[in-house]
Each structure stands twice: as C-alpha cells, then as structure tokens.
Design a protein around this ligand. Structure first.
Ligand code: BT5
Length: 325
C-alpha cells in the first residue's frame, strides 16, 4: 500500500467515529460499494492486526491498532508535504537501503520512504552488519533527489543526524550526542546509525538514499549480546516505552524541514548546530580510516564534513571518513 486506498479511507472513518460504531450501510454508501465489499476490506484490515468489532445491528468499531510499521499508521498525522507520502512497508526486508536504491531507479517520487519491521541483511558502512531485529527499532530509508554535487552528499547525513537528534529530544526528552561522522549516542552508546548511499555522475547526484536505524527497545527482542556493551535503545535510556511511529513521523518531519532549509540557507546553520551537539570535538581520538589511522585532538569539522585533527607533531590533518574511538 504505497498510496492511500479505499482500505485506508475506511480505516480513517473507523478512527474518526471511535468509540461509536459505524454501520456497514453508511460505509457502503460513502464508498459506493456493496456491504460485502466493505466486509472484505474489514477482513483485510483485521489480517493486518487491526482489532475491529462487528455487531449485526450497529456495524463496525475499531478497538485497537497494531504496533507495526503500516503505511496507514505512518501517514496518519504525518506533518510532511512529500517525505513519507509514498511508502513501501515490509514485514521483512533484506536491507531497506537496497530496496530504496532499486526503487530510486524507477519513477518513485522524491521523499519516498522504505521501512521494514525487520531487516535480514541490514548494513552499515564498509559492508558491516546492522542488527535489525523485528520490532526492536526503526529501520528505514528515505529517497532524496538533491541538486548537489557528490562531494556535498555527506551534508545530508549530518542534516539527518540532527533531524533524528531533535526528534529524540521532542519525543523522549533525552539529549543525545552526535559522533562523527554518522552515529547518535546516548550515554556513550550507539542508539542510531546512518548510512547514506548515492548514485551520481561526476557533477551531480542522481539520487541519495538516507538509511537510518534507530534502536527503540531490545526487551524480549533478538538483539545480539555482543553488541550490548556498545549499543543502547531509547526505551532503555528513557526507562519507559517509546512510541515508535510517533518518533518516525517526527524524524520525517524534521528531515523535510531541514532539507528545505538547506536548499535556501545552505549548510552553515546545520554545521554550527552539529558541532554544538558533537561528542567528538575537543577530545583526543583515534580515527581508523581505510588505509591509514591517525591519533590526535579533534579540533574542528569543516564545511565538507571533514574532521580536522591536530596530530601530536602539531600538524593539522583533514580526515574525510573513518571510525572514531
Ligand atoms: C552505521 O554503520 O552505523 C549505519 C547503520 C545504518 C542502518 C540503517 S537501517 C535502515 C537502512 N538499511 C540498511 O541496510 N542500513 C540502514 P557503521 O558506522 O558502519 O556501524 C556499524 C557497526 O555498528 C557494526 O559493525 C556494529 O558494531 C554496530 N551495530 C550493528 N547493529 C547495531 C545496532 N542495532 N545498534 C547499535 N550498533 C550496532
């Protein structure tokens, strides 16, 4: 269900009429279909996990909504113009980034979101694995088509990082920190990772996929014990349940606002805020790159998102990618 359909419209009516019943006759008149067609839609909604009571003389009443990444629930109350308006929701996917990269080759609109309850091949940078058990987090990808050159694509990773950080603050009250280049931490542990992938020519990006993984709650979930020392979840830190879909909608809204602002004002205001929330700057760090590693003081981050290190020799080193410890 990537665009709203009749089922979603019926669901909206059921939501609006809660806690009162809505009759099958009223629904069939409204949608100009037979009552048995309405019944089929109700059955389809039930199959998705919606609990709907039916009473012979009164009609239908929505009792509960499943805690699942369903298109109708994501769109419900979503305050965006285009991000998340076209949605591809899966119970299980290999990697939402992989699906999004394939979709971006077709004619999907900018802002299309791919989301999965569980990823079986969730990926991090450099072919690393991203653990994404069912229901434990938000695993999703946003397709953008920015008119920027490839070397500016990291800026959108930074902008997404701020979007997630702000959403975490709004929804849970927790103050997270940003670790260069793509992590969000709570109490020194990773709660979110971002993987940006692009398809680009030499001068311009054709499309960019922002892959975002946010750990919501590991309790009762199949989260690897080996990661427990370095990873955390929002529920663990907030010590309460975190409304997953509310957080997702807040993140999508922040990404859209940030992206629009970036088009008008450029990157400078984001860089300033990113640095304010950075947990990397002014610390002695080790940066492991693909070919070389450096140790030094993290002095600054420049307008191309590169980390500026001061090496023990006093020399300044500009690092474009790597893992900080
Ligand atoms: C990242 O890579 O942090 C980027 C993660 C992006 C995941 C999203 S989920 C939706 C979309 N679809 C995908 O397939 N990917 C994106 P990196 O900086 O390379 O960090 C990877 C490392 O983080 C792993 O090697 C583990 O050590 C650790 N890790 C794996 N799963 C984790 C988790 N759920 N929480 C915290 N740390 C994790």
């Amino acid at each position: 269900m990537n665009k709203p359909d009749k089922e979603e419209q019926i669901l909206l009516l059921l939501k609006a009429s809660r806690p009162v019943y809505i009759s099958g006759e009223e629904l069939s008149k409204k949608f100009k279909v037979t009552r048995s067609a309405i019944w089929k839609h109700i059955q389809a909604l039930r199959a998705q996990g919606y609990e709907i009571e039916s009473q012979t003389n009164s009609g239908y009443k929505l009792l509960s909504i499943p805690d699942k990444v369903l298109a109708a629930e994501i769109r419900y109350g979503l305050e965006t113009k285009y991000i998340g308006r076209e949605l591809y929701c899966f119970n299980e996917a290999g990697s939402t980034n992989e699906t999004a990269l394939k979709l971006a080759e077709s004619s999907v609109s900018e802002g299309t979101v791919v989301i999965a309850e569980k990823q079986t091949a969730g990926k991090g940078r450099l072919g690393r694995k991203w653990s994404s058990p069912a229901g434990a987090g938000l695993w999703f990808s946003v397709i953008l088509k920015p008119r920027i050159s490839p070397q500016h694509s990291a800026k959108l990773t930074f902008i997404s990082g701020l979007a997630v950080l702000d959403a975490i603050k709004t929804i849970t009250g927790l103050k997270a920190g940003l670790k260069w280049p793509n992590d969000i931490l709570l109490n020194g542990k990773k709660v979110c990772g971002i993987l940006t992938e692009i398809k680009a020519g030499p001068d311009v990006v054709n499309y960019q996929v922002l892959g975002i993984g946010v750990n919501i709650d590991f309790k009762g979930k199949d989260f690897p014990a080996a990661l427990r020392g370095t990873a955390t979840s929002l529920a663990e830190e907030a010590k309460k349940e975190v409304p997953r879909l509310k957080l997702l909608k807040e993140i999508l809204k922040n990404i859209e606002t940030g992206y629009e602002l970036f088009k008008v004002k450029g990157f400078a205001p984001f860089l300033l805020r990113w640095k304010e929330h950075s947990v990397t700057l002014n610390k002695k760090v080790k940066v492991a790159g693909l070919l070389e590693s450096f140790e030094g003081l993290a002095l600054d981050i420049d307008e191309d998102c590169a980390l500026i290190l001061q090496l023990p020799s006093g020399e300044k080193k500009r690092v474009l990618s790597g893992d900080v410890s």
